[in-house]
Every structure is written in C-alpha cells, then in structure tokens.
Design a protein around this ligand. Structure first.
Ligand code: APR
Ligand code: PHB
Length: 389
C-alpha cells in the first residue's frame, strides 16, 4: 500500500491529524495497535482550550461538542479552606470547554468511519523504517499477515510508550524529565458535580480536584502516594478523603455514588527534542508529557497537530519552509505549557520532602495570587491556552 502520510496511533493526536489532512486532500492511513473499544475505554482529562475547539471545528468534528460541551468562564482554586474564583473570561476574554477526551476521540473515530478513511486497528508488531532517507515505510502484522505501507512521511502519534520515538537513534534525541513524588487517584461517577466550575484544592493532606464531564457525571481526584494501589481505596474511602480536603460547606454539598472507574496516574513532566527526524514527525504524548494539573495534555497534542497540519499543507502546496519550522514552532508552545503545568503542580500539591521554608513559599505564592489581578491574569491566560504562533 502507498499513501502520503502514515499516522501511527489512533489517540486524539493521530485521529485529529488524519481528519485535518483529509480536509486538505492529503491521503493518510492510521495504524493503531489496540482495538477502537480499548482506545475509547481510557479515561483522560476533559478541558478544551478555545484553540483546540477551533481545530476540531476545522476538522469538521465539533457538532456534538457544541451541543453537549459545557463552556466554563471561570475556575476555582481553594487553599486554607477558602475558595477563590479566577474569572477566566473577564481576565482574558476567553473560556474553556468541558468535554471529555473520550468524547473527542469518539467523534473523531465516527468522522473517520463516515469519510471512509483507512484505519487499521489491532495492528501487531508495528515498525517504521527508512525515515532518515527518502522512502519511509511502516510495517505491521494483522491476523498473521505482514503489511508494508510506503509513504512520504510518518507521523508518530503513538503516545509516550510508542514505537516512533523509540526508533530514533538515542544520540539524536534530547530528553528532559521530572517525575513527581505522588500520583492522582481518580474516580468517575454518575453524580452531579459539586460546583458548576472546576475546583483545584490545596490541602495539608494533599491536592484534590473537583472536575466534571456533564451536569450528571463528575470526575474527582485526590493526590496519593506513588506506590498506592487502587485496591486500597473503596469508594467510601475515596469520598471520605475527598470530603476531608474540601471546605466543610462544599463537602456538605458533595453528592457521592458508586464509581464507574477508578485509577491511579503518576505525574510526570517530559519533553523529547527535536520533534522531527528526516521524514518522521512526532506529535502529542509521543514527544511530551505534562502533569495533569493544568489540563494541558490533550490541548498540547491538538496544537502540535495544528502546526503539523500546516506544515504538511505547505509542503504539498509547494513550499518547503513549514516542515523545517515544525519542531521549533511546536516546542516553543510546548515549553510554555510545560512551565505552566509544572508551576501549577508545584503550587497546589503537598510535597513529601518540602521544608518549612518551601511550605511558606507555597503559601505566600497562593496568598499573592489572590491579592493581585496581574498574577490572576497570568494564571488565566495560561489556563485558557496561549496563542498558536
Ligand atoms: N503502534 C501503533 N499504535 C501504537 C503503538 C504502536 N507501536 N504504541 C502506541 N500506540 C497507540 C496507543 O495504543 C494509543 O491509542 O498510540 C495511541 C496514542 O494515543 P495517546 O496516548 O492518547 O496519545 P495522543 O494521541 O498524543 O494524545 C495525547 O492523551 O495521554 C493523553 O494527556 C494526554 O490528553 C493527552 C492525549
Ligand atoms: C479531568 O476532568 O479529568 C481533569 C480536569 C482538569 C485537570 C485535570 C483533569 O486539570
């Protein structure tokens, strides 16, 4: 088989890129190692920046998002038992949209099927070759048969554990990493959210987050130890711990219920540079990870894809500059989102090894944040998403 762009991975990066390329008349195939049901079973974050929504508009996959997504004009931070609202819209003129990554992925899969675009699920032993020359290829097995795809370019949208970044010679990559000494225990439940906007909570027992998917489905998190296990947490234990970390009046309004999903995620900051190696381009989690505190993971994946789509469109439109600029353009935005996610993680969590000095710095920073319009604006403009330049 022959195509223009072979996309590895059917997460949001790969599927969005495929849709945008198809809109521009650029032929592509998506090759995914898991089943579609498995991909849709992964519960991820659910806060979309305006630029992400605009890209989904351009891809023609946003009809349900506009019907069912919840526009949020503000977000709350709670510390010392006091809730403080950041007026995102008042400070920046922008808002975010609450709509789960699972739903975004669902819409992208439906659109791909409706457009009849080629997609291979449950591909085994996916390998890439020739990307350092002029004849890149993707090889995979399906039902015991080996397939080879010849293409102009490979888009590595295969996440943190994927094959694409791993296929690049180590000497060509610069890796930057910070692993945080805690995780997030998350629960999804069909209960109405405790508040109409998200609440990020700093508490001496550890961070907590009150998030949501809809008016009837909530997503809550509590900071936990890195070596903690989901089996250690009954639903009751989770709800009790969450209530401990909320102000009493908020805890009193919390509706609890049986968990639909419960999982623990470690927190990591990670960047691999550059994001282009000859005819291989990385996008999304394949190139970078942010801790979830700023809700930037999906949004960064989307902006990478936006830059890559522009680059391929320019290339096939006859101008070479776009492909050369991709890595630098994407990384400039990525590093700023890495900074914001690291900062918000550092601000809101309990660090097991922090001295009393460190604790006072955190308190002073939170105190300052709510006394300064300038500081709140900095948070707000990063939270709603920096422009794609
Ligand atoms: N071959 C084919 N597909 C692969 C391979 C492989 N060797 N390795 C991984 N994949 C697939 C995974 O099964 C997954 O479906 O690539 C896909 C990558 O999807 P994601 O991990 O969701 O990454 P991405 O599309 O970049 O989306 C980033 O996901 O992790 C969140 O916070 C992150 O919201 C952000 C978003
Ligand atoms: C979520 O709803 O899962 C969520 C929201 C905001 C975050 C992280 C996760 O910062």
């Amino acid at each position: 088989m022959k195509t223009q762009v072979a996309i590895i991975g059917a997460g949001p990066s790969g599927l969005l890129l495929g849709q945008l390329l198809a809109k521009s008349g650029i032929a592509n195939i998506v090759i995914e190692q898991r089943s579609a049901a498995y991909v849709l079973g992964r519960i991820r974050a659910g806060v979309l920046e305006q630029t992400t929504v605009e890209l989904l508009d351009q891809a023609g996959v946003s009809a349900r998002l506009h019907r069912e997504g919840l526009p949020h004009d503000g977000v709350e931070l709670c510390f010392g038992g006091q809730r403080h609202r950041i007026d995102l819209h008042g400070l920046t003129g922008k808002r975010v949209t609450v709509y789960g990554q699972t739903e975004v992925t669902h819409d992208l899969m439906d659109a791909r099927t409706a457009a009849g675009l080629p997609t291979v699920y449950e591909a085994q032993n996916v390998r890439i070759s020739g990307f350092d020359g002029t004849q890149p290829q993707v090889h995979y097995e399906l039902d015991g048969v080996t397939h080879d795809v010849s293409c102009d370019f490979i888009a590595g949208c295969d996440g943190y554990h994927g094959v694409c970044r791993a296929s690049v010679p180590a000497a060509s990559l610069n890796l930057h990493e910070r692993v945080y000494p805690f995780g997030w225990l998350g629960v999804l439940a069909d209960v109405p959210p405790v508040n109409h906007e998200l609440i990020y909570v700093h508490h001496e027992r550890g961070f907590a987050l009150c998030s949501q998917r809809s008016h009837t489905r909530s997503r809550y998190y509590v900071q936990c130890a890195l070596d903690d296990k989901v089996e250690n947490w009954s639903d009751d234990a989770f709800w009790n711990e969450l209530k401990c970390r909320l102000p009493a009046a908020t805890a009193a309004e919390l509706t609890t219920g049986p968990s639909l999903e419960k999982s623990i995620a470690p927190l990591r900051s990670f960047v691999a540079e550059p994001m282009r190696f000859g005819r291989l381009f990385l996008a999304g989690d394949a190139a970078h990870i942010v801790p979830p505190t700023g809700a930037k993971g999906l949004n960064l994946a989307a902006s990478d894809v936006g830059f890559l789509w522009q680059a391929f469109s320019e290339h096939y439109g006859g101008s070479a500059g776009g492909l050369d600029a991709y890595s630098q353009r994407a990384l400039a935005r990525i590093w700023k989102a890495e900074r914001f996610s690291w900062w918000m993680t550092s601000l809101m969590h309990k660090f097991p090894d922090t001295s009393s000095f460190g604790q006072h710095m955190q308190q002073a920073e939170l105190d300052y944040l709510f006394s300064s319009q300038a500081a709140m604006t900095v948070l707000a403009e990063n939270y709603v998403g920096l422009p794609m330049v």
